[in-house]
Write a protein that binds this ligand. Structure first.
Ligand SMILES: [Zn+2]
Length: 137
């Protein structure tokens, strides 16, 4: 099992997000005043500065906006992965997040822009918070 770095708390912007991840839910925020979709989680709307942000559950479905292949990462948390895909994912609800695309035979050739993907929650060797990653559908 992978052993990625874990979030550290208290962290007022993202703690609620990570608690949802632990329950297998991918969440984002939407402003109740101007409807701006907000991600990463924060206290104030990026559209209008309002603090009136509602938490919503994402379907976890989206597509690859763009990506790169990391062929070697010497960080002990990533070195065992070998080559892996780091990608910006456009979720269907209108937010973009940085994650990994997993579950492909060859990460150097098998991921394409606009490929449909769905979130899954990767359990970690140590630490209680899984990491949201994406798999082609
Ligand atoms: Zn707003």
């Amino acid at each position: 099992m992978p052993d990625r770095p874990q979030p550290r708390f208290p962290e007022p912007n993202t703690q609620k997000y990570w608690e949802a991840v632990k329950e297998g839910r991918l969440t984002y925020q939407q402003c109740a005043d101007c409807n701006t979709v907000v991600f990463t989680p924060r206290i104030l709307c990026t559209g209008c500065g309002s603090s009136n942000l509602a938490w919503k559950d994402s379907s976890g479905e989206g597509k690859v906006y763009t990506y790169t292949v990391v062929r070697q990462n010497r960080n002990p948390s990533f070195a065992p992965l070998g080559a892996y895909v780091l990608a910006w994912i456009d979720l269907d609800e209108g937010f973009r997040m940085l994650s990994n695309v997993v579950g492909v035979n060859d990460p150097t050739t098998d991921v394409k822009c606009d490929m449909r993907v769905k979130v899954e929650f990767e359990k970690q060797d140590s630490g209680e918070y899984p990491i949201p990653v994406f798999r082609p559908v």
